[in-house]
Design a protein around this ligand. Sequence first.
Ligand code: ADP
Length: 338
Amino acid sequence: MDTDAALAQALPAAVRARLLSARLSGAEARLVLDGEGLDAAARDALEHAARAGLAAQGLAAHIAVLGSKAPAALKTAPGATPAPPRIIAIASGKGGVGKSTLAANLAVALHRLGRRVGLVDADIYGPSAPRLMGNAAMRATAHDKRLIPVASAFGPAVLSMAHLVEPGKALAWRGPMAAGALGQLIAADWGTPETGGAELLIVDLPPGTGDVQLTMVQRHKPAGAVIVSTPQDLALIDAARAVQLFAQTGVPIIGLVENMAGYLCPHCGAVSDPFGSGGAEAMAREMGLDFLGRIPLTLAIRAASDAGTPPAAGDTPEAQGFARIAARLAAWLDAHNA
Ligand code: ADP
């Protein structure tokens, strides 16, 4: 039996009956439980039983209870419409530079800074957030015609086309349908401040700077954008186009992030620069933009991403890199709070 299965077996039967996933990472257990149809008290009891079961095994617990929220918890004051979450767009001029990786890890790092964050995967044609956040097996539900985001074991709830349709199906969609689908993801029931709902949505835009991206930016009016590039010249030229796209639509650019900067060989410890180095920082300086930080190319980031455990959730140097960028982003948001 693997460790995750052993963890599941050791839980109380009532918890096991509602267990969607159990993952052991060191002395920390991450559980996702199905709370569908339970009221607030029953959910609390379920979470409490799970926590007690884990504490008995000497494990720290991170528990997410999924499903429609209890009606009482959803209620806001009559007539009060909660402010929609602020949107931060994560963009790149081209694919494969690590935009989705950055979006997911920034969401997790912001959550760890105490921000209430949701993650929207707007990359309709190549959704990857569910895989990165370890909740690809889950499906989104709906309530009062609004989607309910899918919880993750790492804090931020997530919505992606991959939570709605079979993998590959959205590929056949044309532009307007894709734009409509994105609207549904953003307008989902992200909750209210009283219920711990998202105040901030990190939106992973599709790569590129074409009409699809332009329409999305015009329609959803992000509060700001983060541009991701590798240090490579060609990627930087594409990143400059992304900068223009936001300038053209009047969306402030929070800054640039350089990803895959320097490769630290896990065997010999030598650092090499497969994509050059420092290019994005130099470009930021030339364009008068802030440089938010760099994330190295490491095997640990790729392996953790593939395994559905965002590196930002751990305590490695990689996690610190994401945390530093998240802190700058949080400071920008506070300074630009309309
Ligand atoms: P994009 O969203 O720009 O297309 P992804 O985030 O999907 O890019 O990343 C592309 C691939 O590169 C993925 O396999 C991902 O795990 C890997 N990757 C991204 N950033 C890093 C990094 N800093 N170090 C190692 N691998 C990375």
